[in-house]
Write a protein that binds this ligand. Structure first.
Ligand SMILES: NC(=O)c1ccc[n+]([C@@H]2O[C@H](COP(=O)([O-])OP(=O)(O)OC[C@H]3O[C@@H](n4cnc5c(N)ncnc54)[C@H](OP(=O)(O)O)[C@@H]3O)[C@@H](O)[C@H]2O)c1
Length: 263
């Protein structure tokens, strides 16, 4: 049977405090035990933006697809997370800086015993990350790679102050990444893409939640979709948990793993 689930409309003002707080309630991570010896498996939420026709970039970047409402969601999701986990290519292409403390949510983070800002974890097999890339030497950034990564590039990053951690031999093992997050107390993980890293997550069946902003545009072109992977696809059932819209016509959906669904 069909059911009509109406989208809740929110203001797209990214600095409206009432909206930011309301969004933080809607997007709160599930409560899980996080202390040793029963380390919880981290909850992996992924946040992506796409056009109506499925493009994840315009002119090679996703920034052009967002709007003020999308910025508000992005801000709130970071304010809730322990760590931002992102493909190195995305971080470099999009010009990432170190996630900064957000005054609006400072008290909430203290209550949850979180650091003032989420840590940043960059995933890279090749370690082709410029040594002078902003977050590289920051004490709250880790670079997750594999043992066979280029030794010279590793040396350059370490010399620049990077914390480089092996999470596998030939490739980065996503289960090992999540174990490492748990060891560090990062149980609220926010994946920010890009599509190949999300494809790796989906292939490893570790995605608990996907937040998708649908930008009210059609672009055609040859941009990819929010996830891709070399291995054949397999269905992972998801259920809609939140449907929001704003006055600019953006639609914000949140999908959670359907534990009772059929694969
Ligand atoms: N619309 C959106 O929401 C959105 C979000 C994020 C990004 N983007 C866009 O997507 C593009 C970048 O996406 P992308 O798919 O090319 O790259 P990506 O997912 O950001 O990063 C891919 C890189 O992550 C590393 N990686 C992924 N899986 C790995 C594994 N299992 N083991 C080791 N390393 C692994 C590799 O790093 P190395 O290459 O270093 O080995 C790989 O090349 C950019 O244009 C960006 O603007 C869009």
């Amino acid at each position: 049977m069909f059911g009509l689930q109406k989208a809740t409309q929110v203001t797209s003002d990214p600095d409206d405090l009432t909206t930011l707080r309301w969004l933080a309630e809607q997007y709160a991570y599930p409560t899980r035990p996080s202390s040793a010896p029963c380390l919880a498996r981290p909850h992996l939420r992924v946040n992506m933006v796409s056009t109506v026709d499925g493009a994840v970039t315009f002119d090679g970047r996703s920034g052009e697809l967002g709007g003020p409402g999308d910025k508000a969601i992005f801000r709130v999701l970071r304010a809730l997370a322990d760590v931002v986990l992102v493909g190195a290519r995305t971080a470099v292409t999009e010009g990432y800086g170190q996630p900064a403390p957000d005054e609006v949510f400072a008290a909430d983070r203290r209550t949850r015993e979180q650091t003032p800002a989420p840590a940043l974890a960059l995933v890279s097999r090749s370690l082709s990350i410029p040594a002078d890339f902003g977050p590289v030497g920051h004490s709250d950034t880790v670079i997750l790679t594999c043992r066979t990564a280029d030794a010279e590039r590793r040396g350059a990053l370490v010399a620049a102050g990077a914390t480089v951690i092996d999470c596998g031999d030939e490739s980065v093992d996503i289960d090992r990444v999540l174990d490492l997050c748990a060891e560090r107390g990062w149980v609220r993980v926010l994946g920010e893409g890009g599509p190949s890293l999300l494809g790796t997550f989906i292939d490893a069946d570790v995605v608990d939640e996907v937040c998708v902003t649908t930008s009210p545009t059609l672009v055609a072109g040859d941009a990819g979709r929010i996830a891709h992977h070399s291995a054949p696809g397999r269905k992972h059932p998801m259920r809609p948990a939140t449907i929001l819209t704003d006055e600019d016509g953006f639609v914000f959906t949140r999908w959670t793993r359907d534990v009772g669904g059929q694969a």
